[in-house]
Design a protein around this ligand. Sequence first.
Ligand SMILES: N[C@@H](CCC(=O)N[C@@H](CS)C(=O)NCC(=O)O)C(=O)O
Length: 234
Amino acid sequence: MSHFERCPPYSAPTSNWVYASFAHRGAVIDTLIFIRRLHSAREIKMLKFYFSPSTSSLATHIALLECGAAFEPCPTLMSKKETRTPAYLAINPNGKVPALVTDSGRVITEVAATLYYLARAYPDAGLWPEGDIEDEAEVVSWMSFTASTMHGARLGGAEALAEAFEIANTKLDDRQWAIGRFTIADIHLFRVYWRFRPTVDAPLGTYPALESHHDRMLARPAVQKAMEAEKEYG
Ligand SMILES: N[C@@H](CCC(=O)N[C@@H](CS)C(=O)NCC(=O)O)C(=O)O
């Protein structure tokens, strides 16, 4: 059975228990109980999450886990060109992951938009600086910078990436987190730096603020869990 048969576009969710496919059965019982409790206390949301391991969608995966969201993983492997199949292009005509499909059947694409949706849909996770207009604007600023300047720099190779890392390092300065407190901006920034730091291959100490941000992110359980879960898919 192909992954699209398992995750048909726009079909109604059938179960709350699908996250189990991400992990070994015995190990997920506690998680399932947690998700059940969480969703009995609030409006039930079931999201479909289209992803390819270790790509841009890792940011969305981390945010899903930070939020304790119930979701159905829909692996869409770049290595098998599954992002370019007619079935997937019907979900995201841009042929990129991530994509999230909400309960209502609406498709949300682009890392920044998926992170924003999750942060607002799960306010208890505290990933969005609700109500402080300057903080909100700064999160948008960081995510625009990460998506365009930083991620875009990969097309220019190591030199362009190094330039973008230098800017990010200066912007971070002595802050622990991008806007001073942990938000979706940190998840986005981490994913791009993590993915492209081997390309730049700079000696430790070149980007001190970015490096400690990276280590701080790696210490978060949601980051570790997302990375571990994605190993299953190659
Ligand atoms: N601007 C997009 C970029 C997403 C992106 O580049 N995704 C890549 C993986 S890192 C992808 O899905 N590529 C598949 C393809 O080009 O076939 C976003 O922020 O979501």
